[in-house]
Design a protein around this ligand. Structure first.
Ligand code: TRP
Length: 358
């Protein structure tokens, strides 16, 4: 027990909005799996179902989405013997601390958050990319289009996920950096206001390698659900090969040693994640001397992605029907997560002067 206390707490989560793709795998899941191999860390990985409600609440889909992410966590190698796996809403202490922490969060700083502006723009159909869209957001609300207060306070909820477990390391993608910065600011502010050292300041965590950016197959930016350019962990072999073979390319290099265009650079990035260094080297050389055939490159990339995802997909199929197993993992996970959360919540209540009379 003593020993356990000294471990660094690692926490991360993924929003329950659909199946996981290889962007999630390389950006998050594979890191989670690696962290649990190191004895220094106590790991908590959860499914953010409350965060999923901030955009498109969908009761029919929500439960299924939580279930598929838990299944995919397990199938990708997160081991419930080594890590705590839980569902956000199974820890009601999170919701209470979220209310309390909101009393120390400014609506201005929330409105200036990049992810809020993005999602609010989308929800209201605002096309201007002006940075000062606060007044447009307020002015554009109607009965059919509205940005809910939950979306505004998304960073508070995320901060609470982290702070309630007193996590110091939060392995997430670059896109979450601003949320982590806000988390640190809220922690510091709370500690200073009450003159306590309740919340440690959490930092992103990587294994020292280059930050992974997983591009999509459409020749543009990153792989994402809303971009429709994903390879999902559950894609079967045929689907996966078809997607890769259809990936956007260009006319091919016309001069030796030229810089690859964006779509080709993307394919090389994917190859660097999925293939051996020798394979990457082979195709880079072929590109440099203009002998490359994109069809061959795609075939190889598809092959290597299949090799990577097929075992995961098999485990997904094996686990997904096992209600008893999933239930047991989540019950045990919830118990452990609640224990830590309840301790922090009661400390926060005490500090804030919320004390019982009976
Ligand atoms: N915002 C994260 C995402 O979109 C999900 C998330 C919610 C999270 N709470 C968290 C990640 C706490 C890390 C820690 O991916």
């Amino acid at each position: 027990m003593e020993e356990k206390k000294e471990k660094e707490i690692v926490l991360s989560g993924i929003r329950a909005t659909g199946n996981l793709h290889i962007g999630n795998y390389f950006g998050a899941l594979s890191k989670f799996v690696r962290m649990q191999q190191d004895d220094k860390y106590e790991n908590l990985f959860f499914v953010a179902d409350l965060h999923a409600l901030t955009t498109a609440p969908d009761p029919a889909a929500l439960h299924a989405n939580v279930r598929s992410i838990v299944t995919e966590y397990l199938a990708a190698g997160i081991d419930p013997e080594k890590s705590t796996i839980f569902v956000q809403s199974d820890v009601p202490e999170v919701s209470e601390l979220y209310l309390l922490l909101n009393m120390h969060v400014g609506i201005g700083e929330l409105m200036r958050t990049a992810s809020f502006k993005d999602k609010a723009r989308k929800a209201l159909g605002i096309h201007s990319d002006s940075d000062n869209i606060e007044s447009e957001i307020i002015g554009n609300e109607s009965t059919s289009k509205r940005v809910n207060a939950g979306l505004l306070t998304y960073p508070t909820l995320m901060a609470v996920d982290i702070l309630i477990q007193k996590a110091q390391k939060v392995p997430v993608g670059k896109d979450q950096e601003q949320h982590l910065e806000l988390t640190r600011r809220f922690a510091r502010r709370f500690n200073n206001f009450y003159g306590v050292e309740l919340f440690p300041e959490p930092y992103n965590f990587d294994f020292g390698g280059k930050p992974v950016k997983v591009p999509g197959l459409d020749g543009s930016g990153k792989m994402g659900k809303s971009e429709g350019n994903c390879i999902y962990l559950i894609d079967d072999e045929k689907t996966l090969r078809k997607k890769v073979m259809r990936a956007v390319t260009d006319q091919g290099p016309t001069e030796p040693n030229s810089e690859p265009t964006q779509p080709i650079a993307n394919l090389f990035s994917l190859m660097e994640l999925a293939s051996t260094p020798d394979t990457v080297e082979h195709f880079r050389k072929a590109y440099a001397d203009c002998s490359i055939r994109y069809g061959d490159l795609k075939k190889q990339l598809a092959e290597d992605l299949v090799a990577l995802t097929a075992p995961i997909r098999e485990r997904i199929q094996a686990i997904s029907g096992d209600d008893a197993y999933i239930g047991r993992v989540l019950r045990e996970g919830a118990e452990k997560a609640r224990e830590r959360a309840a301790r922090t919540l009661s400390e926060a209540r005490e500090v804030m002067g919320i004390r019982k009379f009976y």
